[in-house]
Design a protein around this ligand. Sequence first.
Ligand code: NAI
Ligand code: MG
Length: 505
Amino acid sequence: MTDSTPPTGLTAPKLRLGLRDGSDDGWGYAPAPESTDHVELRDRYGLFIAGEFTDAADGRTFETANPATEEKIADVALAGDADVDAAVAAARHAYDEVWSKLAPRERGKYVYRIARVLQERGRELAITESLDGGKPIRESRDVDIPLAAAHFFYYAGWADKLDYAFPGRGARPLGVAGQVIPWNFPLLMAAWKIAPAIAAGNTVVLKPAETTPLTALKLAEIIRDAGVPPGVVNIVTGAGETGAAVVQHEDVDKVAFTGSTEVGKLIRRALAGSGKHYTLELGGKAANLVFEDAAVDQAVEGIVNGIFFNQGHVCCAGSRLLVQESVAGEVISKLKDRMETLIVGDPLDKNTDIGAINSRAQLDKIEEYLEIGEAEGAEPFQTSCPVPERGYWCRPTLFLHASQSHRVVQEEIFGPVLAVQTFRTVDEGIAMANNTPYGLSGGVWSDKGAKAFRVTSRIRAGVLWANTYNKFDPTAPFGGYKESGIGREGGLAGLHAYLQPEAAA
Ligand code: NAI
Ligand code: MG
């Protein structure tokens, strides 16, 4: 490649993996792949029910693949109704006979033990996460795995302090929790679900997403090796049908779901009148607002982090950039320059900024939105970086001059695609930010603290970041308004979601 001019449209040819612009000027990064030597992956994985790994009753399996190579990693048991029945029965038995009778202090010890083994096996888990789901190793190593451990540590601390969690009221567990999680943060979402549930004294049946089951199954090994009593945590793998069987099972007391708004609505409908408790953490289309008094370079980093972190497969992604007109030229020009430095490719390479799109289906969906955005009249900009020939890839993309009515502004794309709009006044910026069916998150960039507070308090979303983005902590509640879901996870609110408050004894 001698011509390194960025492509104007979205049809740049696929290039071979190499330096950023394909040329060899000697200033690119040499490959820095993480070694997979010590990671043991089996060819076949079973369901984790009552403390043991078993095949599905009818012997069915499905494949999980590496989205960066399109190669199969393993066959995984596909749980049917009989398996879900067995898992719920194991959870019920463990709840009635063991877990609800155990001294809370003892429960806490098991949860701490899981946290510590997660840390010990952190490297292996990070590599497995990147292999199975396509996210860059830097993210799985520095974000997903440490945060997963942090959630177990945090909720372990609450296990023997439930009487103090909600002063003036006692609290008892709900029973058996049925939990379904997505593929964008596989181990972290398993931790968000399992840690508060079992620390509060519930038992669980968890269903991981079909494209990324492996770290949840490694977590099952860790739970078994930590000596957690059989049946306290059960993991059933499969796709939507298995998930539906878990959440609709009549002996499940509490449902926790993270995934698409579409499926969230189905679940809420199915649960109506059932008396089950539920929390739903669904989609988002967050506005990231940049005001004219913002520190522009920091804001550009925040925009990049907001939309390109984890390939944009993030429910709270800052997927709408709203920039004040007076600084729009500067912000967008710097954003384009910064985007040109992003490296798309091998998730296991420590230089990689943007890994593989999680699945063929998700790539198809993103590519459809690229066509929709162009057809609707927004102006596309895509970086010129090379991407590997095999695997599922999407270059960082902007849609400039997008309008409020465009589907790329209204709908969750769940990929590295940012819709850009401008506003003139503070009120207009806030109105645009709120003009969405979603309400999960948002970001505000301003040098004025008072302005940041005023603006964040007027945006109807569960999580607002000021002069930063995508910061997570187990002590902080997370969740949405409107079509982004119901209920909160994380912090005390996340503990509350697994407890039935009662009058203090
Ligand atoms: P999905 O909502 O179908 O999948 C999430 C989880 O729910 C998976 O474990 C899946 O097996 C399970 N599931 C599917 N149908 C179910 C049902 N009827 N009952 C119970 N569980 C069920 O999401 P999918 O198809 O993987 O992705 C489609 C779109 O959804 C994405 O393009 C993205 O826009 C959005 N999405 C949003 C997420 C978020 O965290 N906001 C997470 C995953 C997807
Ligand atoms: Mg996979």
